[in-house]
Design a binder for this molecule. Structure first.
Ligand code: PEP
Ligand code: MG
Length: 587
């Protein structure tokens, strides 16, 4: 008997990384814990209970450590939640119940603990009292931690993916993606997330289709389901019909034709139709992406995100390990510029079990704030970057500068490190150019004050937009507010670029909008003449730039700055793109 064909189900989300893929789904649940259940012999029951006591002790140690870190960085008020966790952990009624259950049932302690904790959770959940209801989360947190200690398993990760799959999950962090064998990653679909999350940026750079902001898709798709992901329009289809697959086959064919048209200009100069040279640089995370950048004829590297190096090492790599990674990129780049950005950890990127692990806020202790608060880590990285500068054309860039004080402090550390390296006889580029990212509104307002301290600026629109709009770049529920075409964003970009031109300080743009042809024309019209983007988008942007007349691009800027509605701005930019490139295929 043949199984009836399962029904096709279509979901809509946010189109995050272009492309279409059809394949097997893999449901990734990183926090899922398999609690084992087995019998314990009578003479081993004491040892089983001792195991429980040991697990309580280590859990106590972990919670106290986190508590103290939070108290030191954020204050006693914020740390109080962990006092509540300690009370739950050491609740004698709960402990006694678990011990009694182990002795009575002769089952292993994790199974008994899980049972008792679930009973407490269901009891508190049914209460009318809000305070008691809140205790449910405390019990869930504590029991998860204690069970992890008892079961002794490492968190599940994606490094063991057996076959090429489309990853389905609630959320995908950069440390998750760092673990994946990229040849096995066909695409991904997440419940949460926005267009500029770092996992999405990685997907775009590897040309892996992705759809995010699907709300509850991870509860609807199972491992092994056949799914189709359309990263152009943000569509995910479970059990796609033969008709649908045929239709998408046609779309893929058309896209291939377009890609070939774009690639036809790769060896041509990067300049506007009236001959103005535009620097097209690549955003990379390591030496592998350097190869793609070169295939796409990038003029150099405008942004080397060094967080990838740290994530791959699962912690803070030594100076030597970092030096190796940076040098590999610098050497591969030959004479071209490599702009190495100092560690921008925090937000959606966390490294191992460290101080910043507790702070996943984009407005918290991240990037240069973290580095200035951890001089040892910062100076180790500066040493490695400076040493790598001896073998090529390196620039150094600080992320998340918010004011003059931070910039001066960072430069002081740089000066100290230069002295140390000279004393130790290490070679480095003593005149290395230093730049700051402009990605915080406060920095955008004081370009004139920051300019004397640096050699160049680069606008990080991914962050700048989220801070200007107060719309978290990862939160799909406010994704509609994250609008690059908002008049506030356009005016800010224009003001930054105009000020830099006035002061004669080089300005480039390295946020994701630099890789979107419709915004690229606007940025060039505003006066930026260097863009840094994901290499995979370089052919299309170059193709378009070669069709743009600069006077027309300037006119476009004046025109859109008078439009109040972001949707109308986008249609005008789209129209401008179409006018410039004409019809390429029968769209
Ligand atoms: C940006 O914010 O635009 C940027 C390029 O940096 P990141 O995306 O790494 O925060
Ligand atoms: Mg940024």
């Amino acid at each position: 008997m043949t199984e009836p064909a399962r029904e096709e189900i279509v979901f809509h989300g946010i189109a995050a990384s272009p492309g279409v893929v059809h394949g097997r789904a893999y449901l990734y649940q990183p926090n899922e814990l398999d609690v084992p259940c087995y019998r314990v012999e009578s003479d081993k029951l004491d040892a089983e209970i001792e195991r429980f006591e040991q697990a309580i002790l280590s859990t106590r140690g972990q919670i106290t450590e986190v508590r103290n870190k939070i108290a030191a960085s954020l204050g006693e008020g914020e740390a109080r939640i962990f006092d509540a966790h300690l009370m739950v952990l050491e609740d004698s009624a709960l402990i006694d119940e678990v011990v009694a259950e182990v002795r009575k049932s002769k089952n292993n302690v994790e199974h008994c603990y899980n049972d008792v904790a679930l009973r407490y959770i269901s009891f508190f959940s049914s209460m009318d009292d809000d305070y008691l209801k809140e205790r449910v989360t405390d019990i869930q947190d504590v029991s998860r931690r204690l069970l992890h200690n008892l079961v002794g398993v490492k968190k599940v990760d994606l490094s063991h993916l057996k076959e090429p799959s489309i990853i389905i999950c609630a959320d995908l962090t950069p440390s998750d993606t760092a673990a994946i064998d990229r040849h096995k990653l066909l695409g991904f679909v997440t419940d949460l997330g926005g267009k500029t999350s770092h996992s999405v940026i990685m997907a775009r750079s590897l040309r892996i289709p992705a759809v995010v902001g699907m709300h509850d898709v991870s509860e609807r798709i199972r491992t092994g389901d056949q799914i189709l992901v359309d990263g152009y329009d943000g569509i995910v289809v479970i059990n796609p019909s033969a008709d649908r697959l045929y239709q998408y086959g046609q779309i893929a064919g058309e896209r291939l034709k377009l890609d070939n048209i774009f690639k036809s200009v790769l060896n041509e100069p990067s300049e506007s139709s009236d001959g103005q040279a535009i620097e097209l640089m690549a955003n990379i995370e390591g030496v592998e992406e350097m190869e793609i950048a070169q295939e796409m004829c990038a003029d150099g590297v405008g942004l080397f995100r060094t967080e990838g190096v740290f994530l791959r090492h699962h912690g803070y790599p030594s100076e030597e390990a970092q030096y190796k990674e940076y040098s590999a990129v610098v050497q591969a780049a030959g004479k071209s510029i490599v702009t190495i950005r100092t560690l921008d950890i925090g937000g959606d990127k966390t490294i191992g079990d460290t101080d910043q692990d507790e702070d996943s806020s984009f407005m918290g202790f991240r990037a240069i704030r973290f580095c200035l608060g951890n001089p040892k880590i910062f100076k180790t990285q500066l040493r490695a970057i400076l040493r790598a500068s001896a073998s090529g054309n390196v620039k150094l860039m600080y992320p998340m500068i918010s004011g003059l004080h931070e910039l001066r402090k960072a430069n002081e550390y740089l000066a100290e490190v230069k002295l140390e390296l000279s004393d130790e006889g290490h070679a480095f580029d003593a005149n290395i150019e230093v730049g700051a990212m402009i990605e915080i509104p406060s920095a955008a307002m004081i370009i004139d004050l920051l300019a004397p301290e640096v050699d160049f600026f680069s606008i990080g629109t991914n962050d700048l937009i989220q801070y200007l709009m107060a719309a978290d770049r990862l939160n799909d529920q406010v994704a509609h507010l994250y609008e690059p075409a908002h008049p506030a964003v356009l005016r800010t970009l224009k003001a930054i670029i105009t000020k830099c031109r006035e002061l004669n300080i080089p300005i480039s743009v390295c946020g994701e909008i630099a890789g979107d042809p419709i915004y690229a024309s606007l940025l060039l019209g505003m006066g930026a003449n260097s863009l840094s983007l994901t290499s995979s988008l370089l052919p299309e942007v170059k193709y378009f730039i070669r069709k743009i007349d600069m006077d027309q691009a300037k006119g476009l800027v004046d025109e859109v700055l008078t439009i109040n509605d972001p949707i109308q701005v986008v249609s005008r930019l789209e129209e401008f793109r179409k006018e410039a490139v004409g019809t390429l295929i029968n769209e």
